[in-house]
Design a binder for this molecule. Structure first.
Ligand SMILES: *Cc1c(COP(=O)(O)O)cnc(C)c1O
Length: 477
């Protein structure tokens, strides 16, 4: 027999020293995240190093890891304003180390990690005012949370027979034109087809037009379709709009429809004193999807699905084959297993970093930081409104400000091109990283502030750079 091997280190003291060294490098990385460029593309030599042949024998990779660390997307920098990214916390690094050491599988069974996830679910019930018999599951993000929630909506309709026979034909659902693309993708994955998702127009504040919604439901019923769900948005990606959740809940009750809300970044704004009133009605929904990795700054990835009825949730996914049989004592004990509430069996310990974030920083401070970002977006809106060469393109209700460089005497087409080029220049020059979107068909610089490191001075830098780059580009033509 050859000598027996293991993947553990031969020299634990050397491993310990190397690990401490890596922790120091990681802390330095995050401590200095606010200095220097926002985003830098990965240098060519590093790209080449990541195209190396598959190694048959191992080597120490610590130097390669350290060299990689500065080349993130930039979301740890205070002037990262693109899409909707959270900025992370140093404290979450510690939770990740503990989770990695435990290497827990949260598919089920009776062990410490399961109790941590149950605590996270209970805390989320408190945060959103959900009932005691509601359930939740920590997932990778809002996309998968939406899938889990709408599968529950679909399966409840057939009293779960559809789990075996497939979905009935003619099922339709409703959302606004501002909805995130993950909703249509969910309709596709659930076998309903993305055409079964009706897109209801919005009002001037980009909120779903509830009169149009009622009319669409009536028209579909008259045409023989079966409406089954309304998907509201609490924080739209384009401009941060929040649908009128109480009215949506009223309509859902009258029409006997499942109300789901996509609150990917917006739902946690219930922790903000200034934003909470806008989310009134969120406690009435049948299901809610949101992210911890956006406005609660948990390290990627971590999101959540909450379902009002644990019974519905479990019946949507539960099946316990012989080899996963529960017991009343021993390791296989412990009530319902998480695998009965979602599509995955093996599940990592995301719940630990979520629990740690809430426990370490507390809901008050997390809420204050959300308020701070909203105030910063208002500050930016004021800067834009005061500048003769900038034009705001949407109301600022939350943390998103959409505007453009509009020096006057320039065609719409030219301004659209300038918008794209200004944003690319800001990114390439490492000054800031906003993204772009279309607002009522107009190309906009979109600044999203879900960043606890941002200071108002960063917004001054951003606006000055947009004006400088804009005029340089414009005069260069
Ligand atoms: C980010 C986002 C999603 C998708 O969430 P993931 O966590 O990326 O899967 C859905 N809806 C909205 C409004 C979002 O901002």
């Amino acid at each position: 027999m050859p000598p027996e091997q293991t993947l553990d280190p031969d020299d634990w003291d050397a491993f310990r020293a190397a690990a401490h060294d890596m922790l120091d490098a990681a802390i330095t990385q995050i401590q200095t995240a606010k200095d220097g460029r926002v985003w830098s593309p990965l240098p060519d030599d590093q790209k080449a190093a990541f195209q190396a042949p598959l190694p048959a024998t191992g080597t120490n990779v610590d130097d390669q890891l350290k060299a990689l660390m500065p080349y993130g997307v930039g979301n740890t920098h205070p002037r990262f304003f693109g899409w909707v990214h959270g900025s992370g916390t140093p404290s979450n690094m510690i939770a990740d180390i503990a989770a990695s050491a435990m290497n827990a599988n949260l598919g089920g069974r009776d062990h410490g990690a399961i109790y941590v996830e149950q605590q996270v679910v209970a805390w989320c019930r408190d945060i959103f005012g959900f009932p005691e018999d509601s359930s939740g599951l920590v997932v990778s993000g809002t996309s998968i949370a939406t899938l889990i929630a709408l599968k529950a909506a679909r399966d409840r309709l057939s009293d779960y027979a559809g789990r075996e026979t497939g979905p009935a034909s003619g099922l339709v659902g409703y959302t606004s034109t501002q909805t995130h693309s993950c909703v249509a993708r969910t309709f596709d994955i659930l076998g309903l087809g993305s055409n079964a998702l009706r897109r209801i127009p919005v009002n001037a504040d980009f909120e779903m037009d509830c009169t149009a919604l009622r009319a669409a439901i009536a028209a579909d019923r008259a045409a023989g379709f079966t409406p089954f769900t309304i998907i509201g948005t609490a924080g739209s990606v384009n401009v941060g709009a929040v649908d009128d959740l109480n009215t949506l809940a009223d309509i859902a009750a009258e029409e006997d429809l499942w109300l789901h809300v996509d609150g990917a970044f917006g739902a946690p704004a219930v922790l903000s004193d200034t934003q909470r009133p806008r989310l009134a009605g969120i406690e009435r929904v049948d299901s809610l999807a949101f992210d911890f990795h956006k406005w609660l700054h948990v390290t990627y990835d971590a999101g959540m699905v909450m379902i009002r009825s644990e019974d519905v949730h479990r019946r949507t996914f539960s099946e316990r084959p012989d080899y996963l049989k529960g017991t009343d004592r021993g390791l296989a004990a412990g009530g319902a297993w998480p695998t009965e509430f979602g599509p995955e069996l093996s599940r990592g310990f995301r719940a630990l970093k979520v629990w740690s974030q809430l426990a370490t920083h507390g809901t008050e401070k997390l809420g204050q930081l959300i308020t701070q970002n909203c105030n910063q977006a208002s500050y930016l809106a004021d800067l834009v409104d005061a500048a003769p060469d900038l034009e705001r393109l949407a109301p600022v209700k939350m943390q998103i400000c959409c505007f453009r460089f509009a020096p006057g005497g320039v065609s719409e087409e030219r301004m659209d091109a300038l918008t794209d080029e200004i944003v690319i220049q800001l990114q390439i020059q490492g000054i800031a990283a906003p993204s772009t979107t279309l607002v009522n068909g107009t190309n906009a610089i979109r600044v999203n502030i879900t960043n606890h490191r941002t200071r108002t001075s960063d917004l001054d830098v951003l606006v000055q750079a947009i004006q400088d780059i804009g005029h340089t580009l414009n005069e260069g033509t």
